[in-house]
Design a protein around this ligand. Sequence first.
Ligand code: DGY
Length: 324
Amino acid sequence: MKVFISREICAPGIELLRSHGIELNIWKEKRELTPLELIENCKNVDALLSAGANKLDAKFMKKCAHLKVISLHSVGFDNVDISEANHLKIPIGHIARILSEPTSDIAFLLMLAVSRKAFSGYERILNGNWNFFEPTRYLGIEIKGKTLGIFGMGNIGFEMARKCKAAYGMEIIYTSRSQKENAEKELNARRVSFDELIRQSDVLSLHSTLNPETRGKFNKTVFNQMKPNSIFINTSRGAIHNEKDLIEALQNKTIFGAGLDVTNPEPMNKNNPLLSMSSVAVLPHMGSATVETRNEMSVIAAENIIAAFEGKRIPYPVNPEVYG
Ligand code: DGY
């Protein structure tokens, strides 16, 4: 059996695949594959392990209908045409469960970095501009006792809420497709309407999937209803916010600041105005980037492939419906 791996991943997953006698073809160039290159590389293999945001659309699926499994090296699957995969009966695996710790850490880190203008202070040192103490410079805002709004109370949202409650006694409100009893019991979280969420949050943190309903949802209309001292955090998908509207909201001081681990588009252009704003912190989509998590992600991605090759149901399917 052969697998094409679209980017270098951590060693444990690679070793696991090899220990099962699976032959690997790993794309080593540090650039995106073109859609055609991806199809070409998948022609003579039995599975794709897709790391990065390769577009696995209907055209790709049709050309690669022979694949026994597509294993994503991500929890998100917004880059995949799931209905076409279902139609062709290709199981799609993803990384369930394990991203809540590292990604919520990054959301928490961004919240603090924005509230205390940390990235801007660091940049000042880098530029050789730390000259003397100015009592009115770098004035941030405090988080203690404020209200945290979670948009999408899944595992990552829950973990962010838990940390904020434990560290700062924050009051938690949330919107989610369903009621989350564990969050309500453990964190005293309150499920509210979307309007209440955006009007009442001091920190608004996005943890939902990207789908037709959430694409571009955080736009000018939403920013205009947020509190003037509020902080907007996005560690889920950049396309959930309208970046032009976000820039405008920050320039007009409609909101206090923004912390982004995901941008729209990615990678962010180095001339983006967000990068020169003092109450903005941007990271290059690194929410899951810890040794522990990336090692485990590589193993889970490998396990999905091995199970499919053994004719079994894959352990972490996005589309269990392919099994009937
Ligand atoms: C994920 O796993 O979805 C992360 O955002 C990395 O893409």
